[in-house]
Design a protein around this ligand. Sequence first.
Ligand SMILES: C[S@@+](CC[C@H](N)C(=O)[O-])C[C@H]1O[C@@H](n2cnc3c(N)ncnc32)[C@H](O)[C@@H]1O
Length: 276
Amino acid sequence: MSVARPTYCGVMPTPRYTHGHHESVLRSHQWRTAANSAGFLLADLGTGDRVLDVGCGPGNITADLAQYVPDGSVVGIDLSEEIIARATSDHAATPNVSFRVGDVYGLDAPDGSYDVVYAHQVLQHLHDPVAALREMRRVLAPGGLLAVREADFGGFFWHPATPALDEWMELYHRVTAHNGAQADGGRHLPQWVRGAGFTDLAVTATSWTFETAEDRSWWGGLWADRVVLSEFARQAVEYSLSTPEELETIAAAFRSWATSEDGLFVVPSIEVLARP
Ligand SMILES: C[S@@+](CC[C@H](N)C(=O)[O-])C[C@H]1O[C@@H](n2cnc3c(N)ncnc32)[C@H](O)[C@@H]1O
């Protein structure tokens, strides 16, 4: 028997977002483009499509998508006022993109008002991704397209093996579980999408690979900073799941990995296209 989740004025309560928007986190989000994060969608975009980007963060993918729909528009929504203010200012020069504060559990849009609803690395952070997907389905026009992509932390791999990075992965799972989130969201994504009533699923997987000296320095450096400076670090200590000393050890392991000339890090994501 399923138990109804408590809601406030019909809106799902939102858990703490694990990463926050510290500069070390944004270094990663601002690197993202339509090509490296929405490649599975691009061939299906029509030039006049109305696109909604849910949980858009700093809006780099959102603004990039706008170039693929020159006669249409892209709206980015995010729960964080701070990140929406930043996205609005950073992408003011892109004419057909706009940003609003909004909650995926209660979208401020009429039924059937978008041709495409996209969400990238958002559902894994939610208590109830199926409820979120149902709301995304509500705002899709008949014949519209859902496009969602989620990483699967349990599927990450790297070389060389480093015990402190294994501890980081274990800690990441424990912090996200404490937040009611699902670190291995990728493998659950098709099931979530079906559970929300979508049909005609096309499921694929692509990955980001960090191997060159420049990529290792960037990826290892941003994670070294994230594990001690971001909201993740604050939560890990607050939940008594780690200590500042242990986090410093993990940060040092990321820096050391970055300098290994045989170093490799692979981040897989599952992506789903589906119809409402
Ligand atoms: C990992 S970031 C992804 C940002 C962007 N999509 C990207 O890939 O760069 C997840 C984003 O989801 C937002 N978010 C979390 N819960 C949300 C909710 N209930 N409604 C809307 N956005 C939410 C967070 O504020 C954060 O900006």
